[in-house]
Design a protein around this ligand. Structure first.
Ligand code: 4NP
Length: 150
C-alpha cells in the first residue's frame, strides 16, 4: 500500500487489508514515495478512524518505498496518480510496472480515481478515506481468496 508520506492513507490501507486477510497467507505492508515522515507513527487522525473501526495501526512506522519492493511484493496498490507515477519510476522492468494498481480501480474499475489526500483537511476526510479503502480492500481480499483457492 503506497501513498506520499506513509502516515495518513497507506497506513490505513495496510491496517484495513491486514485485518481482512488475517486468515490468509498474505503479507501486507505500506510505504511512502516521499521520505519526509520516515520513522513516524501514523497521523493521529488515521489512528483514530482505524481505532473506532476496531483496527490498531499505532505500531506502524513510516518508511520510504524502495525499488526492491517492486520485486518483493506481488501487487503494489497506490492511492493516487502522483504515487502511481513515482512508483512506476522505481520499476526496473515491465513486469514490475504491471504490478502497480490504482487502489480504487478495485471498487471503481477503470476510473483511475484518487484516494483524496486528507492531510490538510479535517476528520471528515479521514472517514471518507477509511470508507473508500474499506470498500476497495474488501474486493481485493475476495479476489485474493479466489486466486489462493483456485
Ligand atoms: P499521506 O498524506 O500521503 O496519505 O501519508 C500526507 C502526509 C504528509 C504530507 C502530505 C500528505 N506532507 O506534505 O507532509
Amino acid at each position: 500500500m503506497v501513498c506520499l508520506g506513509n502516515i495518513c492513507r497507506s497506513p490505513l490501507a495496510e491496517g484495513i487489508m491486514a485485518d481482512k486477510c488475517k486468515s490468509l497467507p498474505v503479507d501486507v505492508d505500506s510505504a511512502g514515495t516521499a521520505a519526509y515522515h520516515v520513522g513516524n507513527a501514523p497521523d493521529p487522525r488515521s489512528q483514530h478512524i482505524a481505532r473506532i473501526n476496531n483496527i490498531e495501526i499505532q505500531e506502524q512506522k513510516a518508511r520510504a518505498l524502495k525499488s526492491s519492493d517492486l520485486n518483493e511484493f506481488d501487487a503494489i496498490y497506490v492511492m493516487d496518480k502522483s504515487n502511481y507515477e513515482n512508483t512506476i519510476k522505481l520499476a526496473e522492468n515491465e513486469a514490475q510496472k504491471r504490478k502497480v494498481y490504482m487502489i480504487l480501480n478495485a471498487s471503481k474499475p477503470g476510473s483511475n480515481e484518487d484516494v483524496p489526500d486528507p492531510y490538510y483537511g479535517g476528520d471528515h476526510g479521514f472517514k471518507l478515506v477509511f470508507d473508500l479503502l474499506d470498500e476497495a480492500c474488501e474486493i481485493i481480499k475476495n479476489q485474493l481468496e479466489t486466486e489462493l483457492n483456485g
